[in-house]
Design a protein around this ligand. Structure first.
Ligand SMILES: Nc1ncnc2c1ncn2[C@@H]1O[C@H](COP(=O)(O)OP(=O)(O)OP(=O)(O)O)[C@@H](O)[C@H]1O
Ligand SMILES: [Mg+2]
Length: 354
């Protein structure tokens, strides 16, 4: 029997739950000419919710993760490669003849997809401009292309003036809906909310929260019923208590609980055993992580793990605040109802080390 829980990649179909309002909103929103900006901490379900809304719209779309891009030229090449997945080369060849720098396009014999490269040393902005111009030309106002740029805050790292250049290009486009995703709250708000940023008020800002408890509870409970006919409901409750309804970690814990139910049905304290298994698996990574934190960070992480107050006079408020901000930027800490550790299993590891 296949494990009914999935974590790590985009979830769809029977693995996708709730987000009804969000999907409806995104679906409706991209019918208009505007752009959407979606922010949430890592692994809250941005990619999944966007993929679902786009799937329901039936429109052409491309997705590029800027975290996997190493330069502006690489960004142009990756966008073009994705573009060829929705527009076969033969149909857009005439538009490529307008490129100022002609790309090398080869068919990957293994995947059947197109590989794109540009001669090194050429003006990367020109490449990007040509590629984005091609997307605009291949579409029209009644058939807009949806372009999803994931981890969009990376533009600030790729090139110092990329935000200005990109905005200048996008400004002229009328046949594209951009959906810009980001998991670094502070950098994303810097890009879209700061008056002097080129992307100031570029589109509608949307934030994605954790999954609502009732629905997620039902999702877990139904799937645990086979293994645990008597306690599936209370197990679902315990999982969500433990993870605070975090989409990814709840699925991860549920998946382990289910597996234990299958292999050791006589096991009593299933949650405890599952948590133990996850913490042990990641123990080495947690240890390495921990060793690289400075003393203030360690102190803050311990306070968050034990729910102890941060304002004890031990550290200056400004020191705590800037350390928290950095921890948040690096994804170790998230802010929902207050500051909390992002990973409940790392929290567990810290508690055990104390
Ligand atoms: N609507 C949902 N229903 C059930 N599980 C979900 C849902 N959304 C997210 N998840 C869980 O969270 C995991 C991460 O989802 P997804 O990759 O969409 O998030 P993300 O915010 O794009 O993450 P990343 O920051 O890594 O890009 C999924 O693999 C799944 O386990
Ligand atoms: Mg994602």
């Amino acid at each position: 029997m296949e494990n009914p829980f999935k974590y790590g990649t985009v979830v769809e179909a029977e693995y996708f739950t709730d987000r009804v309002e969000e999907v409806k909103y995104i679906h409706q929103f991209i019918q208009g000419p505007n752009h959407l900006i979606l922010i949430s901490p890592r692994r809250f379900g941005k990619s999944s919710v966007v993929a679902k809304a786009i799937g329901e719209s039936g429109r052409k779309s491309i997705t590029v993760n800027l975290q996997q891009v190493v330069s502006v030229a690489d960004m142009a090449a990756k966008i073009l490669r994705e573009f060829f997945k929705v527009h076969p080369l033969e149909r857009v060849r005439h538009l490529i003849t307008h490129f100022r720098i002609i790309p090398t396009i080869t068919t990957n014999a293994l995947t059947g997809t197109m590989d794109v490269s540009f001669q090194p040393g050429v003006d990367a902005t020109m490449l990007l401009e040509d590629v984005m111009d091609l997307m605009e030309k291949a579409h029209n106002e009644t058939d807009r292309l949806i372009v999803v740029l994931d981890e969009f805050q990376e533009i600030l790292e790729l090139d110092s003036r990329l935000d200005k250049k990109l905005r200048a290009i996008m400004q002229k486009q009328k046949h594209i809906n951009y959906i810009l995703l980001g998991s670094q709250e502070s950098m994303m708000t810097e890009i879209f909310e700061k008056k002097k940023s080129p992307f100031y008020h570029f589109g509608e800002l949307m934030r994605l929260g954790k999954l609502p408890r009732n629905d997620f509870h039902n999702y877990l409970s139904v799937r645990l019923k086979n293994c645990f006919p008597d306690k599936h409901d209370s197990l679902a409750d315990h999982i969500l208590d433990y993870t605070g309804c975090h989409p990814y970690y709840s699925q991860q814990l549920a998946s382990n609980v289910w597996q234990i139910g299958m292999l050791q049905p006589e096991q009593d304290d299933v949650i405890h055993v599952a948590v133990d298994r996850i913490v042990t698996t990641h123990g080495f990574d947690y240890e390495r992580l921990w060793m690289n934190f400075n003393r203030t960070n360690k102190w803050i992480l311990r306070c968050l793990a034990t729910n102890s107050p941060l304002q004890t006079g031990e550290h200056r408020t400004s020191t705590i605040y800037s350390a928290l901000k950095r921890l948040q930027q690096n994804g170790y800490v998230i802010y929902t109802n207050g500051y909390e550790l992002e990973d409940p299993f790392f929290r567990e590891w810290i508690l055990r080390e104390l």
